[in-house]
Design a protein around this ligand. Sequence first.
Ligand code: LIP
Length: 285
Amino acid sequence: MNFEIPDPSTLKDLEAVAHRVAIACGRLIVDERPAHLEVAATKSSATDVVTIMDHRSEQLAMGLLQELRPDDGVLGEEGVDISGSTGVTWIIDPIDGTVNYLYGIPWFGVSVAAVVGDAGVEGGWRPVAGAVYNPITDELCSAYLSGGARLRGAGKVRDLRFDAPPDLASSLVVTGFSYSSGKRAWQGQIASELLPQIRDLRRMGSASIDICSLALGRADLYYESGINSWDMAAAWLIITEAGATMRGFDTPYPTKRMAIAGRADLAERIVEIIAPRWDELPRDS
Ligand code: LIP
């Protein structure tokens, strides 16, 4: 599939917009978190929660994008869905790691990605610029297509380069589990088969930060079933610009059914371990 890629100058501008929006939303959700935060609604299951701050963050992102890039489309996790006329659509996760945020666990982020193609069709879009901001560590990972990836934090900027371990046995693997109990049973079986073959497993609760951890040298492989475009769009670009690959189980792009990231040969080992149980994976979400 061919995608119409903006020129490099525009791509740099898109990264700067993603940077500004991600930080503004990250500051909002930390600085204005109510002392007693309640669940405002649930989505795919009783444990798939939304808070008032998810909505406030998404509204802030939408307002900034309409100011900075008024003719682009916007697609947000919490319901914003605006068509554009430029060929660029912004995909927003206003709080990635909402359960951590609700419980006061200091590990969540904001993901802001500019994509081209059809953002509503799996495999029909590609990220061209993006930013993932962790307001707890004040670290911002960002990238633009063919422009590399970088980390901004503590007043410094450094280029991000992915470096993989020699084999699966020395790999620190990060994953996540679904809000669907049926899928969690399957995910638990996969994790139990994987654990004896890897260094260790981490489940930290924010997919975009989990994926970016590969570019930060904090994990070696990532896999998860059930993440959405807003969880992965910016981080997918960041880690590929840093030198990692990201794929699906049997697709060259990550899908909701399976997203796998890391060095290509080690990602293939994850596929091999999943393959015998692939058809057992519930298709509910
Ligand atoms: C979450 C992801 C997490 C995944 C959860 C959920 P949310 O996103 O970041 O990795 O395991 O099921 O999808 O719901 O906090 O935006």
